[in-house]
Design a binder for this molecule. Structure first.
Ligand SMILES: C[S@@+](CC[C@H](N)C(=O)[O-])C[C@H]1O[C@@H](n2cnc3c(N)ncnc32)[C@H](O)[C@@H]1O
Length: 496
């Protein structure tokens, strides 16, 4: 929305430390805790500030904090409408964190005092509502002031909160007129990684895309065109439907109760497709929960063993399969301790990763992950992949996938794995169908092979440039074959 919303604030600029006003701009007594607790909407803002603190100060994942069953108790005790508001505030506050910070800083006479983290969070929650959400400015300002008053660490700055937010409400542009600078909203560590790997132009495009809201994709058991019409979306490929926006929760949509579809990003549905026909095959889905890929495999007729170390996530996987009327063997445990009685025809390792390919949907990732974490996860992925390789029968297929855009979690892991495991070679993907979904292919340099086929070698370099134009989320397909000098590296890159 753009333009002015709600009653106009009235008080002046640069009033740091002045007493807060409520709508009228007049000073008022500080509210008692009892008053504050009774004010509608206040709890939601306080919870939002608390959760932003958890993300920014403690690098806690928003997914975990907002999980319906196991999320933060203060969030779960709110009414559904307030929970939705908190999530909207958090998403905007994180997605536009750089812009919000700059708008606040412009209206401060001096930088916020060191150790004023909770004051900063209150300001960000207020500014996110004013700049990004359809909340009346007066409510955003008043409830931010009340949040500050209720917080002993921020109470003495409630006048500052009032003044700064009133000025933002009066002066700043709002979405969609607000031209948020992608670079400003991309933390340095991530920006440097993107520039190093993709160049600054591409990095700017990717950072810009992070500011857009992710669509909602469904994987349908069948008839994507029919479901697209019924749900007002569009079909993508053979099994996905993309919805731009929905009213209310997805569970209210046609076909949910009947188990006709599940929520799964179109990109996340690609790795399973790399297996080809899995009907009747024994497939292990390692790191399986909450089960989007398990469901795909089961729906395609595979005999699936789904393993995940998280008991609560395995519970969710089971609930999902039950709704979808699909079957799989489910196991709770660590891949590193898994010892199947016999090898599988195929194994999928959808490894834990930095999730930097999902920032549109999970803007907290930019703040909960960093360079060191990416390397730690890459090391873990190599360990998991090497272990998973033992579960594949000779001639079987191993697909390694994750949703990171960092080559340390992609190309580097595959390279190190192949060096350690000469019984595997990289296997080509049939490009015909997935090409629509921007899959590109890279052939790794092999002198003997290059001498045989010059044209393919040229194709390789074209692919490398092509890759640079894509925005990635990698999938890896690796077949277990006798040692071979032909190494073909296939890389699935797409928006997620
Ligand atoms: C990217 S998610 C998997 C998403 C899932 N494949 C899907 O499509 O719905 C990664 C999963 O790996 C699990 N995980 C992480 N380390 C693990 C390990 N050592 N053993 C088993 N599961 C693990 C996590 O609990 C998490 O559920």
């Amino acid at each position: 929305m753009s333009g002015r919303k709600g009653p106009r604030p009235t008080d002046g600029a640069k009033e740091q430390g002045r007493a807060p006003g409520r709508g009228s701009g007049k000073p008022e007594r500080r509210q008692s805790h009892r008053d504050i607790d009774e004010r509608p909407g206040l709890q939601a803002r306080q919870v939002a500030a608390r959760l932003i603190a958890a993300v920014i100060d403690k690098q806690t994942s928003l997914d975990g904090l907002t999980d319906a069953a196991t999320g933060h108790p203060h969030l779960r005790q709110l009414e559904a409408r307030d929970q939705a508001l908190v999530k909207a505030i958090l998403t905007s506050a994180l997605r536009f964190r750089g812009t919000i910070e700059a708008e606040i800083a412009k209206r401060l006479e001096r930088p916020l005092p060191s150790g004023a983290a909770s004051l900063r969070h209150v300001l960000h929650v207020g500014a996110a509502q004013i700049l990004c959400l359809d909340v009346p400015d007066s409510a955003a300002v008043d409830l931010a002031v009340a949040s500050a008053n209720a917080d002993p660490r921020a109470a003495r700055f409630s006048g500052l909160v009032n003044a700064v937010l009133r000025r933002i409400a009066r002066e700043a542009k709002r979405l969609p007129d607000l031209q948020a600078d992608p670079r400003q909203n991309c933390p340095d560590w991530l920006w440097n990684r993107l520039v190093d790997q993709y160049g600054s132009e591409r990095a700017a495009g990717m950072a810009g895309a992070h500011l857009a809201r992710a669509p909602i994709d469904l994987t349908v058991k069948s008839d994507p065109e029919g479901w697209a019409t019924r749900l007002g979306g569009r079909a993508i490929g053979t099994h996905s439907v993309r919805l731009v926006a929905i009213e209310g929760p997805v569970s209210g949509l046609d076909g949910f109760e009947a188990g006709e579809w599940w929520v799964q990003d179109a990109a996340a549905a690609l790795p399973v497709r790399l297996f080809g026909d899995v009907a009747g095959k024994r497939v292990a889905d390692l790191c399986a929960a909450p089960g989007g890929k398990t469901a795909q495999l089961a729906a395609a007729g595979a005999l699936v063993t789904a393993l995940d170390q998280s008991a609560s996530r395995i519970r969710r996987l089971k609930e999902n399969l039950e709704r979808l009327q699909l079957a799989a063997e489910t196991l709770t445990g660590d891949v590193m301790a898994f010892a199947p009685e016999r090898p599988f025809n195929a194994v999928l390792l959808d490894a834990p990763c930095s999730s930097t390919g999902t920032i549109r949907r999970h803007p907290d990732v930019a703040y909960t992950k960093d360079d060191a974490e990416v390397q730690k996860l890459a090391d873990l992925q190599l360990r998991l992949l090497t272990k998973a390789a033992d579960f594949v029968e000779a001639g079987g297929m191993l697909v390694f996938a994750n949703c990171s855009i960092d080559e340390r979690e992609g190309e580097d892991v595959a390279r190190a794995f192949l060096q350690a495991r000469p019984d595997y070679r990289l296997d080509p993907v049939d490009p015909t169908e997935p090409r629509k979904l921007r899959i590109c292919r890279l052939t790794r340099r092999d002198p003997a092979h290059d001498a045989r086929d010059d044209g393919r070698r040229r194709g390789r370099w074209w692919s490398r440039r092509f890759l640079r134009r894509q925005v990635p989320s990698p999938g890896r397909v690796i077949s277990r074959k006798p040692p071979s000098s032909l190494l073909t590296f296939l890389c699935v890159r797409h928006w997620r």
